[in-house]
Design a protein around this ligand. Structure first.
Ligand code: NDP
Length: 289
């Protein structure tokens, strides 16, 4: 038969969701995981358990990796490099762009083709509409395997540099972790005032939509225009202080908001106090120490 086939290495929550999506789509799926029991449910659903990483690589041309980080990828694959020739490795493990670039060279040196991916959704959204993954690496490799990758999520190809998928991914994570941490601070403040996260939800959802600011600031950032007359960084720094003091008065931890306030004040001290918040970009681009 002509059945499509894929190997999935790494069965954390993400790898398990991916292997399950392939099984559901009718693929022949081979799996390997260090802790073998994590494959049990997939094997019960029809996946084949490889005994070693080399066996998992040998089973199929297309190999999806989903491990904690690139150190884990090397821990798994460094002993199996003889089985890499002719494989297409799609590494959906998150890590730095530099590590992705080094791994692409490493794979190339062992005769494998290599794509990097940055998955933008949690495991329950794998195989669902609307979910998307950034990819980068050789375009023809991406195009050849696009349909197989789209079993998992929509595929957003960013370019040939194997680091690019992680550049996009980590940029979004920088936004994600700071906004989600801001949300946790907000909920802690609400709870200190007897208001539940559920009651707060509609207000949080409104505040989470920062599209006006991103739309307005993006155009100015590209031309480094920070004098709008609409907001002054000196005012923003005072506002950041109010957040710190409010959380402190409520008996809450202030490490993260205090770091933000201190960052704003560095911008003021560097002479950007009369310009807009976006002037802080020049502090970011000339890091201290
Ligand atoms: P986990 O860290 O929960 O799972 C990681 C897998 O890596 C497990 O199979 C684990 O094996 C394996 N592993 C870790 N270290 C080693 C090692 N030294 N040797 C062999 N195997 C190792 O991650 P997730 O499944 O949650 O995520 C996988 C990737 O997807 C990550 O890079 C993550 O950033 C990314 N991602 C995850 C999202 C999520 O919401 N979960 C969302 C978007 C991206 P074992 O079972 O034996 O411990």
């Amino acid at each position: 038969t002509n059945k499509q086939a894929v190997t999935v290495i790494g069965l954390g929550p993400m790898g398990r969701a991916m292997a399950a999506a392939y099984l559901k789509a009718g693929y022949a799926v081979t799996v390997w995981n260090r802790t073998t029991a994590k494959a049990d449910e997939l094997v019960a659903q029809g996946a084949v358990r490889a005994a070693t990483p080399a066996e998992a690589l040998a089973a199929n041309e297309l190999v999806v990796l989903s491990l904690t980080d690139y150190d884990a990828c090397h821990a798994v694959l460094d002993g199996a490099t003889a089985a890499l020739a002719g494989r297409v490795l799609v590494n959906l493990t998150s890590d730095t762009p530099e590590k992705a670039r080094a791994a692409a060279q490493w794979a190339d040196g062992h005769g494998a083709r290599y794509l990097t991916g940055g998955v933008q959704v949690p495991p329950p959204l794998i195989g669902q509409e609307g979910a998307a993954t950034f990819y980068s690496g050789p375009r023809e490799v991406f195009e050849t395997h696009r349909a197989a990758l789209e079993v998992l999520t929509a595929a957003d190809y960013r370019g040939t540099d194997p680091g690019l998928a992680q550049v996009y991914y980590q940029a979004l994570m920088a936004m994600f972790w700071s906004s989600m941490t801001g949300y946790l601070h907000a909920v802690a403040l609400m709870r200190a005032n007897g208001i539940t996260a559920e009651e707060f939800r509609p207000h949080a959802l409104k505040a989470a939509d920062v599209s006006y600011f991103i739309g307005e600031m993006g155009a100015r950032l590209d031309v480094d225009r920070h004098n709008t007359g609409a907001d002054r960084l000196a005012m923003d720094a005072a506002s950041a202080d109010h957040v710190v003091h409010t959380l402190k008065d409520a008996g809450l931890d202030t490490e993260v908001p205090a770091a933000l306030a201190s960052f704003f004040h560095r911008g003021v001290a560097a002479g950007h106090g009369e310009g807009s918040f976006t002037g802080l970009i020049s502090v970011l681009e000339r890091p201290a120490g």
